[in-house]
Write a protein that binds this ligand. Structure first.
Ligand SMILES: *Cc1c(COP(=O)(O)O)cnc(C)c1O
Length: 351
C-alpha cells in the first residue's frame, strides 16, 4: 500500500490551471447554437453528426475500456496514442529546465523525445545484458528533481518482459510517478500492472489500441491510473483530443473482442514458428526471448542484412546502435505469407 501526496508532485501552474470550458461542458443537447458549428452538416452522408464537436471526456469509450481492463471509468484516460499520454505526464509533473526523469535503455525512443520537447533532463540507467532492470542503480540515480521513472514491459525493442520483482522494488522505493508502458501487454504471458493501481496511487499504466487491437491508424492510447492523476490529465489535455471517428472505431473493437483475441492467438502462434525458423540460420547468432508481437535477434553484419532485406522489399528495423544491441535487428511478426517472404529474402542474402 503506497499513498503518495500526488499534489506535491504536480507543477504549480498545473495545480492552479483553470481548464478551458468548452461549449459541450455546459450543454450537450437542445438547439445547439453555442459552438459556432455548422448546423447544415457534413458535406457527405454522415451518421456520426460530424458537424458537431466530439464529447470532451469520452465517457462511453472510457467506460468500455474500464470494464475490459477491470478498473473504474475514473481511472481511464484516452488520448491521441500513448504518445499524447506521455507528453501530458511530462507537462503535468515536470518543470522544464529543472525536473528530471529516469529511463532504462535500450527502450522506446519516445520518452527521450518527449523529455527533450519539454526541456526535461533524462538520466539513463541501462538494462542488463539480458535486458532486465537494475533496480538498485535506478534508485541510486534518483535525485530530488526526479519526478518520473519510465519502465517498459514488454520492452521495445528487446521484446522481453521485465521481472516483476524488479518493477516492484522500484515501485516500493520511489515516491515520484512510476510509468509502466504496457503497449504489448496483450501478447505477454505476464499479468498487467493494472492490478496494482489500487495499492499504488503513483502508478501510471500506459496501454494502446495500436498493437494487439490492430488499430494503429485510429490513434487511441490509454493511461490507467489513480483518479487524481487522471483528473489532471483530463484538465491539461486539448478539449477535443479524441475525435468521433476514432471513438467510434475504438468502441466497435470492444464489440469485436473475439476477433481481437483470435488475431492475438494467431500472432502468438506465428511468433513461435518464426522463432523456430530464425534459429536455423547459421548467421543468426542469438534470438532473444520475446513476450511481444516482435522478435529481436543478433545476426552477422546486421546493418548490411537490414539494407539487403530492404532491397528485397522486406523492411525490418535495425537496432544495432542501441546499448547491448550490437548487430541486432527487430522483426515484427507478420502474417504467415509476410514472414515467409522475410525468410525467403534472408535466405537469398546468405548466398
Ligand atoms: C508502439 C508503442 C506504443 C504505442 O504508441 P501509440 O502512440 O499508442 O501508437 C507505446 N509504447 C511502446 C513501447 C510502443 O512500442
Amino acid at each position: 500500500m503506497k499513498k503518495i501526496d500526488i499534489k506535491t508532485l504536480v507543477r504549480e501552474n498545473i495545480k492552479n490551471l483553470k481548464p478551458y470550458r468548452s461549449a459541450r461542458d455546459d450543454f450537450d443537447s437542445g438547439i445547439l447554437l453555442d459552438a459556432n458549428e455548422n448546423s447544415f452538416g457534413a458535406p457527405f452522408a454522415d451518421d456520426l453528426e460530424l458537424n458537431r464537436y466530439p464529447m470532451p471526456y469520452q465517457d462511453d469509450l472510457r467506460e468500455k475500456i474500464a470494464a475490459f481492463r477491470g478498473v473504474n471509468t475514473e481511472n481511464v484516460f484516452v488520448g491521441v496514442g500513448s504518445d499524447e499520454a506521455i507528453d501530458l505526464l511530462f507537462r503535468i509533473f515536470c518543470t522544464p529546465g529543472k525536473d528530471r526523469v529516469i529511463i532504462n535503455p535500450p527502450t522506446y525512443g519516445m520518452y527521450k523525445v518527449s523529455a527533450a520537447i519539454n526541456d526535461v533532463a533524462v538520466d539513463e540507467v541501462l538494462l542488463t545484458e539480458n535486458f532486465q532492470l537494475q533496480p538498485e542503480k535506478i534508485l541510486t540515480a534518483v535525485r530530488p528533481e526526479t519526478k518520473m521513472i519510465f519502465l517498459c514491459s514488454p520492452n521495445n525493442p528487446t521484446a522481453n518482459s521485465l521481472n516483476i520483482d524488479d518493477i516492484m522494488q522500484v515501485m516500493n522505493n520511489f515516491s515520484g510517478i512510476v510509468v509502466i508502458d504496457e503497449a504489448y501487454i496483450d501478447f505477454s504471458s505476464q499479468a498487467s500492472l493494472t492490478g496494482n493501481l489500487t495499492d499504488y496511487n503513483n502508478l501510471v499504466v500506459l496501454q494502446t489500441m495500436s498493437k494487439s487491437f490492430g488499430l494503429a491508424g485510429i490513434r487511441l492510447g490509454v493511461a490507467l491510473a489513480d483518479a487524481e492523476i487522471i483528473s489532471y490529465m483530463l484538465k491539461v489535455k486539448a478539449p477535443y483530443n479524441v475525435n468521433k471517428l476514432t471513438a467510434q472505431k475504438a468502441s466497435q473493437a470492444f464489440s469485436s473482442i473475439d476477433n481481437v483475441k483470435k488475431n492475438i492467438d494467431a500472432i502468438l502462434e506465428e511468433r513461435e514458428r518464426v522463432l523456430g525458423k530464425l534459429v536455423t540460420f547459421p548467421q543468426v547468432k542469438r534470438v532473444y526471448p520475446t513476450d511481444a508481437n516482435f522478435v529481436m535477434f543478433r545476426i552477422e553484419n546486421a546493418l548490411e542484412v537490414y539494407k539487403n532485406l530492404a532491397d528485397e522489399g522486406v523492411i525490418i528495423r535495425y537496432r544495432g546502435n542501441e546499448p547491448h544491441c550490437e548487430d541486432c535487428l527487430r522483426l515484427t511478426v507478420g502474417t504467415t505469407v509476410e514472414n515467409d517472404r522475410f525468410f525467403e529474402a534472408l535466405k537469398n542474402i546468405e548466398h
